[in-house]
Design a protein. Structure first.
Ligand SMILES: [Zn+2]
Length: 227
């Protein structure tokens, strides 16, 4: 295994522990992956193992067709979803899938999260759409998620949960946290009044400035430097 893939196994493992204790997932649900730059490889968490007992060697290395290149474990059952996003989005180097409560509530109600907050507009774009329903772990779900995601930073999976993407693991994790916070704010705002949605030109300006400048500081110390 290459030195780069070994490094990404360690990073995926460490981020898995952070995701597991973040309140965004329950039990062994939730999964994450990172694309190894220049190698057409993806490091993904294994299927069905408690995060508390995971070790770095349990991470699974896949090629872009889903074949296991290295690892004793089975890859996350959502590997189709992760690979489909990497194939469709050359800008994405990390994918995280969570079942956070408020975002899942909106996914059950099949209600997209509109662009209501500055951080959501910056990191996700013009809101979080809801992908059409497909059963967990299927290629159909992967196709539905990619189609709804478009060039945004996140998508809700109908009656299921959240997918957040980023230029590195840190950014994908941040997106999943911002989506959950935005879902909470949206539900509360809808209870006390009518949520005001940011206008499209303001959303675009926020998104552009984030992608072009603001985020550079946030990602400087992370894997983006490898590319
Ligand atoms: Zn799931």
């Amino acid at each position: 295994m290459t030195v780069a893939a070994e490094k990404y196994k360690e990073q995926v493992y460490k981020m898995g522990l952070r995701m597991a204790t973040s309140g965004l997932v329950t039990g062994t649900w939730g999964n994450l992956s990172a694309r190894v730059p220049r190698e057409d490889l993806v490091v993904i968490t294994p299927s069905g193992l408690p995060y508390a007992t995971l070790q770095v060697r349990d991470m699974v290395v896949l090629d872009m067709n889903g074949r296991v290149v290295e690892g004793e474990r089975r890859p996350s059952t959502e590997f189709h979803l992760h690979l489909a996003i990497y194939r469709a989005r050359p800008d994405v180097y990390a994918v995280m899938h969570t079942h956070s409560v408020f975002a899942s509530a909106l996914a059950v109600a099949r209600k997209p999260i509109p662009p209501i907050l500055e951080d959501l507009a910056q990191t996700v774009g013009d809101g979080v759409p809801v992908a059409s329903y497909a059963r967990a772990g299927t290629e159909e779900l992967a196709r539905a998620a990619v189609e709804a995601l478009g060039n945004r930073g996140a998508v809700l999976l109908a009656n299921h949960g959240v997918v957040g993407v980023g230029r590195n693991l840190e950014e994908a994790f941040m997106v999943c946290q911002i989506v959950e916070k935005s879902a909470k704010v949206y539900v509360w705002a809808d209870l006390v009044g009518k949520p005001a949605i940011l206008p499209p030109d303001e959303v675009q300006a926020l998104r552009d400035s984030y992608l072009n400048s603001y985020s550079q500081a946030a990602v400087r110390n992370y894997a983006v430097n490898d590319r």
